[in-house]
Design a protein around this ligand. Sequence first.
Ligand code: HOZ
Length: 455
Amino acid sequence: MPTGTLGVNRGAGGLPSAHTSGIVTHMMYEKSHQAFQRARQLMPGGVNSPARAFGGVGGEPVVIDRGQGPYLFDLDGNRYIDLIGSWGPMILGHAHPAVIEAVERALRRGTSFGAPTLAENELAEMVVEAVPSIEKLRLVNSGTEATMSAVRLARGYTGRPMIIKFAGNYHGHVDSLLVAAGSSAATLGVPNSPGVTEGAVRDTLVLPYNDPAAAKAAFARDGQRIAAVIVEPVVGNMGCVPPATGFLELLRDLTTKHGALLILDEVMTGFRVAYGGAQSLFGIRPDLTTLGKIIGGGLPVGAYGGRADIMDHVLPAGKVFQAGTLSGNPLATAAGVATLRVLRDTNPYPRLEQLSSRLADGFQAAASGAGVPAQVGRCGSMMTLFFTDQPVTDWETASKCDTRRYAQYFWGMIHRGVYPPCSQFEALFLSTAHTDADIDAIVAAAGQSLKEIDQ
Ligand code: HOZ
C-alpha cells in the first residue's frame, strides 16, 4: 500500500477521517493513484488540461475508465453521478446510442480527409437554423480556436485594435484574452499567465462583469478604438453567474452606437441553456458568436460565426487568415450532428429546467439544513453552489467564496459517489440522462457532505 493514498484522496481541504470512516477505504482509489503517479512523470502536473487536476480542492484526481449515461466509472470501479459532463459537451449523457452509432458509421468511412465533406454542411446548416444571428460559420477544433479567430476577425473587419473582456470570464487560452481570466486560470491563481507578453494584452481592456457604468465609461473614452466586446452571456467560468437585467442589452447598444462588434462567447451556453443558446433566451443578436462543446457531441470542435458580411472577411472569401488541418473533421461533425438532432427533435430543455430547479432547491435546502451560508447561481442546466453569504454577480463577489469549504464539500461528494466540478469557479452541468432519482441522490449526498463542513 503506497503511503498517502487515502490521504491524497481525502483532499487538501482535509476531511477528518472520522467524517468519512465507513465510506472510504484505502483500496478505493488505488488504481487511480498508481495511474496518476505515472501520469505525473509523463505530463505536466499529470494532466492535459489543468482544470481536471483537482488543484482547487487538493489531492489527486480519480482516473476515469468509462462513462455511461449520467455516470462515470473510475479505474477502481467506483461509480459517480457525473456533474461536469466533460465540462459541458455531454448534454445527452455519456455514450448516447445515437452519437455512438453516428461516430461508428463515420469512422468506417475514414477519419480525416483535409477536403470538404457533406457532414460539414449538415452541421453548419443545423447551427444556422438554430441560431438566427449566425448566417455563416467556420468550424474549428476547440473553443479557444473559435474565440481567437473571432477576435482576429473583429480586428480585421473593423480595423481597430481594442478588445473589451470581463474579469472572471474565460475565453480559452488565447494570449490576448488570458488576462483576469476565470476557469482554471482563476482556480490555480494565474489569471494573467507568465508567457503572455505586455504587448499581447496591450489592447485588451478588462472590465467588471455586470457593471453598466464601467462599460459606458470605457466606450465614452475609447469608443473609436474598440473593435469588439467579447462576453460570456451567462458566465460559467467563475462559477455560474447570469447577466444582470439589461447588461447584455447595454453591451449591444454601446457596440452598435460606436461601430464595434459584439461577440457572444457561447462555447458553454450554446445549445445548453436553450437550443438557440443564451442569445435566444435573452433576445440579443450579436455580430459574432463562438461555439464549441455541445456542437461536437464530446469530440473536439469549435465554431465561430455571425453576420455573413463579416464572415466573408475570412480567408479565402476575404483576407483574415485562419486555417486548420482537422477543422470540420468527419468524426466530430458526425457526433455534433447526431447530438443536435436529438436536441432539436426531443426538446429536452423543459425537462432539464425541471431537474435543474429541483437540484438548485435541494442544494439551497441542504445548505440551510447544515447551517452553511451558500448561494446557487443558475441558468438552465448549468449551476454553481457558491460558498458565500453574499449574492455572486461578478468576479469581485465570486472571489470572496470560501474555497476551503468548497473543497470539503467536493470530497464529501466524491466519497459518496457524486462528481461535482473540482473548483468553486466552474459550473456543473446536468444531462438528459440524469433522472429524478439521481437528483435525490445528489441532494442527499450534499446534505451529508455539507453537515461535515468545519464551521
Ligand atoms: N472550459 C472548461 C470549463 N471552464 C474547462 C475545460 C478545461 O480547461 O479543461
